[in-house]
Design a binder for this molecule. Sequence first.
Ligand code: PHE
Length: 339
Amino acid sequence: MIDKIKALIDEAEAFKAQSKDEVEAFRIKYLGSKGLLREFYGELKNVANDQKKEFGQIINKLKTTAEDKVNTLKAELESTEEVKGIYGDLSRPGEPVQIGARHPISIVKNQIIDIFSRIGFNVSEGPEIEDDWHNFTALNLPEYHPARDMQDTFFIQTNPDILLRTHTSSVQVRYMENNQPPIRTISPGRVYRNEAISARSHCFFHQLEGLYIDKDVSFADLKQTLQHFTSEMFGKSEIRLRPSYFPFTEPSAEIDVYWGLETETDYKITKGTGWLEIGGCGMVDPNVLTNCNIDPTEYSGFAFGVGIDRIAMLLHQIGDIRLLSENDVRFLEQFKSAL
Ligand code: PHE
């Protein structure tokens, strides 16, 4: 009998339960009104007197073991139920994580930065809210200069000296004011113009400015640099520099890249010519150097500006510039596989 009870104690100690029902069944089996303990207490009167003490002790031990077990199992099950209440089913498989995509403007901007940093250009930035000096006057565009009309400007009404920069050329000025040659820097950023919004133009867009100032920098250096850029960026190295006018460069040119006429889209985007304009450039006007405290008799340099939105639209076949600022996830999701 005693051995049987000892075995039951071991069994009770080892008992594990997954649910409250199992705990209750255990309780009934050991401690219930028709349970094992009741039976053993009933046996007590039949046990020989000299064994009563030992028998009593062993059934008491079974009783406390069973009671302790019931209490600890109940407490355990209650606490896991609480956790389940907060977190749901903890064994449930995880939900797939939505991975974001870089914005096409950032993708293209980073590509251009990569190309120019490999040939020694650093990246510089300037404020989007500019003053007249950095956006116009220092760039050889004094007040009342007719060329100011080339860029429809957003002015701050209460202070005509403050405006939203119309181009990243303002960063050229800031960089030259704060650094002496040799200078090799590119400045990407957002610019603003008071233009009607359509599929082809927006009141804000992105440019990337390039500036190279050193001794004996020539127009040939400018052309080589741009050629290197277009071949790295588009795989096309045939470019043409069309004479143009910017007040801050002399001579000035528009940069055209030969895109080819292989597909119907090529015809469309190049208007049947095969050539595509990607930006403006020129040799920095000596007046601009002087305005920025750089001696034009000692140094010369070139500058260029390209449109990042335009390049992104070209490379990713985006037909409407407005898509770039609407933040429609159905559009943005398509760039997940890009860099
Ligand atoms: N800032 C000019 C524009 O926005 C582009 C440019 C930059 C031209 C540098 C020449 C040199 O149109």
